[in-house]
Structures are given as structure tokens and as C-alpha cells.
Design a protein around this ligand. Structure first.
Ligand code: GLU
Length: 427
């Protein structure tokens, strides 16, 4: 079987540094697993990418245009699936790289989906609620031919939430002339959302932390945890780990972080944040910057904010035993390799934060069946799927000596490659 350097071809517009990082991960695992060269080549680029201009009437009466994207990396196993983010860093390369990660993530979890991602380049914190709604609705109508319950199903991601999904669902439904709840997941419960979806990503991360602590034999009675990010993922992870008896010694948000070696009272912090809008200044803790926070000594570090947080600049100062990636792409490839050599175990994003898309899948299934599950049922099924994926990744990584990221990719890429091989090439 020919397994060599990928064939040379002219650069594609999405090939930014961010995209190339995702592509290099694929190249590395393709080489390692002896992936067929032609299949490998087909998986190195997105299947479809749409760039749209989204004009919005602002509150002051002027019209501003924003750039939006929806990229489908692969649809071999089913409809494309992935979130929509509103952030100033959004560009074609980032969205394409994240869409590729979604393909591997869904395959690793055994979900019948391909991978997608979308986004709008915007500073969401500068928009009013009305501007955000008009932006979301116009973006939806611009990408409407791409999405649908059997085609491509968006969900929340950075700076989008249940309300965003409700607007997308409504805009899509008005345009097709009837209500289609299953065009998005992560909807509010009252319009067809699933119990447990809002907490699902954090719940999955917390579950992975527990499994990793067991597997890698962290002996402390109350393992210490540092969480970067206090949004939907970070705050739920901190809350659930605190409830499970872990000691959360530091957390942060966009404004900065707090540190208390004796452990932070997370329920009180949640109340403080809902009043003050930030974690800084919380009683009994000392303020730290986001960079200092990543270098604090702890058993488990959970980066649950932005991408590229642990990289060549700070990898020498990382002082934990295990990293569990709540965010997508928080560790650069160099740092991943370096930290693995140093004996730090990294539970990769496509496993650690897959609880979100897994419960998205449950939401979609419940919507199709018009039959809804209890929260306990949702959480139990989530644990079952996460548990199986953790076992497979830990087992393969231990058996083969691969970094856990490479083991997870190998399973995900292997499943897509097998499906592609069986389906063959049309025409
Ligand atoms: N945006 C989340 C992720 O990166 C969830 C995607 C989904 O639920 O489709 O996994």
C-alpha cells in the first residue's frame, strides 16, 4: 500500500496555519496507520466551503457587512455536524480545521455524522441583542441551502447559545414553510431541545478527568484542578468536579483568573460571577493572569477557553500531570509532542469535549422520534458512550505507545477510511 508524502497540489484558500495544524495531525496519523494514499488525499481538504457576506442593520440605522462561513469537511457517515461560532478570529482556515476535527470527533464517538463548522467574523460582545438576532437570521438565510436535518446540523460553539439556535431554527422553518426543530441542536428545551444538552460538554470533560485520573493513577484523595475558561464548558466542568470532591485551585475567564491553593468554593463563585460578570476579586483568592494560570502546579489542567493556549512559548513551564482539553485545539502540535515526552498525559479535544456533540446527537434522535428522554437517561447514555471511547483511546495508546491524541485520531480516521473504502468512489 502506497503511504508516502501527500501529493503536491496547488494551495487551497483554507490553508492557513490553523488549518495546516489539523491537516498535519491527519498526515501524521495517516503515516502511522498506513492509510491508503488516495483515501488520505481525499480527507486532507474540506468537501464543501461556503463564504457569505452578511449585511446587518445596526441599531444606529447604518448597515454593516460581516463575513460568515460554513464548511463541511466530510459527510461519509451521515449529515455534517458542528457548531457555529461568533468571534473576531473566525476565518476560512480556522473553520475548515475545526470542521475536520468534528469529522474525527463524531467518528470516534460512533455518531452517524460527518464534520462541519461555521462562524461569523464579529466581536459578539459589541452587538446588542437585536443586532445579534438580525446577524444570526441573515447568516442562516445565506447558508440555508447547505443546512437541514439530513444535510448539516449546526449547534452552539464559542459565543453562540440556545437563543442563537432558536433564531436559526425559526429562520429555517419560516423559509421552508413548516417547523423543523431538528435543523439545529442545542435548542431551548421548550422548542425541542434535550434535557442535559446545555451541561453536556462540561459533563463529558468532567467524566474524562475522572477516567484519566483513574487510568493514570493520580493517587491524591482530592486531586487539584486548574480550569482555564468559565463559559459553558469551564464552569460546568468546575462545578461537577467540585461536587465530586476534586479541589479546584484556579479558574479564569476572558478578564483574568483567580487562584486559591486551598480550593475555590465553586457554587459561591458561580453566584459571584452571575452578579459581577467576572471571576476576579472573588473572596479568599488571589488574582492571576490567564498565562500564569496555565503554569500553576496541579494534577489536572483543563484548558476550556480558546485554541493555541499551550504552545512553544509556555510548554516548558506547564506543571501538571494530565491535561484534559475542554476547548478545541488548545495545545499546539509541538507542545503536544514535548509534553508527552515529559510524561504529561493529554486527553485530546476530540475525546474530552465530545460530550456536547454526543448529546446533540441524542437531541436529534429524540426530535426525529418525537419521544423525549429524562435527564437521567441522557446522562447515563452520555457516560456509556464517553466511557467506551475513553476505554478505546486509553487502551490503544497504552498498547501502541501512541500519544492519546494519535490513538483517538487513529480510531476516528480509521472508521471514516473504512466507510469511504466500502462506499467507493462515484462515478
Ligand atoms: N461546538 C461543539 C463542538 O465543537 C458541539 C457541536 C455539536 O453539538 O454539533 O463539539
Amino acid at each position: 500500500m502506497a503511504v508516502l508524502k501527500p501529493v503536491e497540489r496547488p494551495k487551497m484558500e483554507c490553508e492557513t496555519e490553523h488549518f495546516l495544524m489539523a491537516q498535519r495531525q491527519l498526515d501524521e496519523v495517516a503515516l502511522e496507520m498506513g492509510l491508503d494514499r488516495e483515501l488520505h488525499e481525499r480527507l486532507r481538504y474540506p468537501k464543501r466551503a461556503l463564504i457569505v457576506t452578511v449585511p446587518v442593520r445596526m441599531d444606529d440605522g447604518t448597515v454593516r457587512s460581516f463575513t460568515g462561513y460554513r464548511v463541511q469537511h466530510d459527510v461519509t457517515l451521515g449529515p455534517a455536524k458542528g457548531g457555529i461560532r461568533f468571534h473576531p478570529d473566525v476565518n476560512l482556515g480556522e473553520v475548515s480545521g475545526l470542521a475536520m476535527l468534528m469529522t474525527w470527533k463524531c467518528a470516534l464517538m460512533g455518531l452517524p455524522y460527518g464534520g462541519a463548522k461555521g462562524g461569523i467574523r464579529v466581536e459578539p460582545w459589541k452587538l446588542s441583542a437585536g443586532e445579534t438576532e438580525r446577524l444570526t437570521r441573515r447568516y442562516t438565510s445565506e447558508i440555508i441551502n447547505l443546512i437541514g436535518p439530513d444535510k448539516d446540523i449546526p449547534a452552539p460553539d464559542m459565543y453562540t447559545n440556545e437563543q442563537t439556535m432558536a433564531w436559526i431554527m425559526d429562520t429555517y422553518s419560516i423559509n421552508v414553510g413548516h417547523t423543523v426543530p431538528s435543523v439545529v441542536t442545542g435548542k431551548p428545551i421548550s422548542i425541542g431541545g434535550s434535557l442535559g444538552r446545555n451541561e453536556a460538554t462540561g459533563r463529558g470533560v468532567a467524566y474524562c478527568v475522572k477516567r484519566a485520573v483513574e487510568h493514570y493513577e493520580v493517587k491524591a484523595k482530592a486531586p487539584t484542578v486548574v480550569v482555564q475558561g468559565f463559559g459553558n464548558v469551564g464552569s460546568v466542568t468546575a462545578k461537577l468536579l467540585h461536587e465530586a470532591g476534586y479541589k479546584i485551585v484556579a479558574v479564569s475567564d476572558v478578564y483574568g483568573g483567580i487562584h486559591n491553593p486551598d480550593g475555590i468554593d465553586i457554587p459561591r463563585l458561580l453566584a459571584y460571577v452571575s452578579e459581577m460578570g467576572r471571576v476576579e476579586g472573588f473572596v479568599g483568592s488571589k488574582n492571576v493572569s490567564n498565562q500564569e494560570l496555565l503554569e500553576l502546579e496541579c494534577d489536572v489542567l483543563v484548558p476550556a477557553a480558546l485554541g493555541d493556549q499551550i504552545n512553544q512559548k509556555n510548554m516548558h513551564n506547564i506543571n501538571c500531570r494530565i491535561i484534559v482539553e475542554g476547548a478545541n485545539g488548545p495545545t499546539s502540535t509541538e507542545a503536544d509532542k514535548y509534553l508527552h515526552e515529559k510524561g504529561i498525559k493529554i486527553v485530546p479535544d476530540i475525546l474530552a469535549n465530545a460530550g456536547g456533540v454526543t448529546v446533540s446527537y441524542f437531541e436529534w434522535v429524540q426530535g426525529m422520534m418525537h419521544l423525549f428522554w429524562t435527564e437521567t437517561e441522557v446522562n447515563n447514555r452520555l457516560e456509556e458512550i464517553m466511557g467506551r471511547a475513553c476505554d478505546q483511546v486509553f487502551e490503544m495508546s497504552t498498547r501502541s505507545g501512541l500519544r492519546p491524541r494519535m490513538a483517538a485520531l487513529r480510531i476516528g480516521v480509521g472508521r471514516i477510511a473504512e466507510a469511504k473504502r466500502l462506499r467507493g468512489l462515484y462515478p
